[in-house]
Design a protein around this ligand. Structure first.
Ligand code: NI
Length: 236
């Protein structure tokens, strides 16, 4: 999909705009709690896709691992059972916009529509809730952050699975970077990424990690997520 250039661009933009690692709680310097276990969050973008997401859910269930799914809104139709299953099995469900639109350089109306339409679809299916946003390419113009009604989540470990399309390489890249409180980015639309994700879970569980949702990761570190703020990890 020619994403290489876009992703590079997005990384540059993100460096300019900056995440909020630690978030508001760390700034106030007070009550960050240190989790007793090693926690890590694994996140999946660009789904749901029945051929791959279903197998991933089976594997996560077998391993008792929680994940976070940032869904493309227009792909929900026809996959409602998978999305309901995510919620029922303790995973966090969030939005990756309606049609995977880059949210930089777009009008406020486009931004509201891309985000709002997905939120509506998720509320219709799963009930009222806060469906956190992962902006495509990790980027939203800083001037538009106040238009976003939920926390925004980026990542701290990106093995570029969409580019490698190789289970062993993706697994190795994630394991090399793995550390407590990090947020791993993968895409559950590739069979190689599903296989890599399950290998990563096996390896890190063997090292004493527990896989939690992004929301659980921030909470465990005393971070109170705020709307319109971009978080890249759970580091307090
Ligand atoms: Ni994406």
């Amino acid at each position: 999909m020619g994403r290489g250039r876009l992703v590079f661009l997005c990384i540059s933009l993100a460096l300019l705009s900056g995440c909020a690692p630690g978030g508001p709680a760390a700034e106030t310097g007070g009550d960050a709690r240190i989790p007793e276990e090693k926690l890590i969050a694994i996140t999946f973008d660009d789904g749901p896709r029945r051929e791959t997401t279903e197998r991933l859910l089976d594997g996560l269930e077998e391993r008792d691992a929680r994940a976070t799914f940032f869904l493309i809104g227009r792909q929900i139709e026809g996959n409602e059972d998978l999305v309901e299953r995510m919620q029922a099995e303790g995973h966090q469900v969030g939005s990756h916009t309606w049609s995977h639109t880059r949210l930089t350089g777009v009008s406020a109306d486009t931004l509201r529509q891309e985000v709002g339409r997905t939120e509506e679809a998720l509320e219709d299916l799963l009930g009222p809730g806060s469906y956190w946003l992962r902006p495509p390419y990790g980027a939203v113009d800083a001037a538009d952050w106040d238009l976003i009604q939920t926390p925004m989540i980026k990542w701290s470990i990106d093995p570029r699975d969409w580019e490698k399309l190789d289970t062993a390489q993706v697994t190795a890249a994630v394991l090399k970077a793995a550390a407590p409180n990090q947020i791993i980015l993968l895409h559950d639309i590739y069979p190689t990424s599903v296989d890599a994700a399950l290998s990563v879970v096996d390896a890190l569980q063997g090292e004493g990690y527990r896989f939690v949702t992004v929301e659980e990761l921030l909470e465990a570190n005393g971070i109170q997520p705020e709307a319109g703020v971009l978080y890249c990890s759970g580091d307090p």
